[in-house]
Design a protein around this ligand. Sequence first.
Ligand SMILES: NC(=O)c1ccc[n+]([C@@H]2O[C@H](COP(=O)([O-])OP(=O)(O)OC[C@H]3O[C@@H](n4cnc5c(N)ncnc54)[C@H](O)[C@@H]3O)[C@@H](O)[C@H]2O)c1
Length: 283
Amino acid sequence: MTDPSPADPSATASGGPVAAPPVAGAVAVVTGAAGGIGAALVAALLARGAAAVLATDVDPAGLAALVRTHPDADGRLETRVVDVADRAAVADAVAALAARHGPVDLACANAGLGTLAGVLDGAPEAWRAAWDVNVMGQVHVAAAVLPGMLDRGRGGLLLTASAAGLLSLPGDAPYAVTKHASVALAEWLALTHGPQGVAVTALCPLGVDTGLLATDALATRFVRSSGALLPPAEVAAVGLDALARGELLALPHPEVAAMEAARVADRPGWLARMRAAAARLGG
Ligand SMILES: NC(=O)c1ccc[n+]([C@@H]2O[C@H](COP(=O)([O-])OP(=O)(O)OC[C@H]3O[C@@H](n4cnc5c(N)ncnc54)[C@H](O)[C@@H]3O)[C@@H](O)[C@H]2O)c1
């Protein structure tokens, strides 16, 4: 008898969700940690008792400010300037962290950027930047931490994607496309390395009150009109909780689940409603 296809809902799951190691006592790394959701992830990891947190970003002033907001970290918080597009720099940072504190238990690949470019007006540089940071940055983090996690048969990877990776987004083509790729990467990692003990979650918020939304561009107006602007701390908590439970998607705006279901159930209808929303916003 052949194995049932994954399309067969009667197919039995082999093994339940893979839970991430507990945050308490964990060695963790966060990218894009100088502000916004990344800084909130750092704060949540410290508050939940992580043994060591390496906060990385391309913004040294932001990292210095982050350290000042955690005067009670007791040496558990380290920072390092790392461009996630630089595979060797990411690998070096993870290796140095592991050499000082032991292997990395939890990695939050959170660094990301928007471009506000379209297809006609988007320079190749905008597409390259979005790809290098929003996708390859996460690939580089996964490649750096996975060998240690696979050796020990445990670990957790939280990839900050976006609701734009499930629903698309008018006004920023490279962002919409690379965030779909980030969700796809998380799913691939979960199906490939979940059975080896690695929990993987894609964090997919709609609007979050961070510097990323500090423009009046169409993409920003769309995000702001699509749901509540959540505080970064709430989004970080939802992401870490979903990772702890081994859930593939973390949805800080729960309505995104119904939106995604509506999109899949009626693609022409969803597209029409997206077009209407973009037109209302001047897109
Ligand atoms: N704010 C939102 O509404 C929202 C919604 C969904 C998803 N997201 C995602 O959340 C993540 C965090 O963004 P945020 O909202 O906190 O915005 P943010 O701009 O405050 O944070 C992004 C951080 O990434 C850093 N960064 C950019 N390029 C980098 C690089 N090459 N290497 C290392 N760090 C780099 C920036 O310096 C910044 O500190 C991003 O992946 C973003 O796409 C944000």
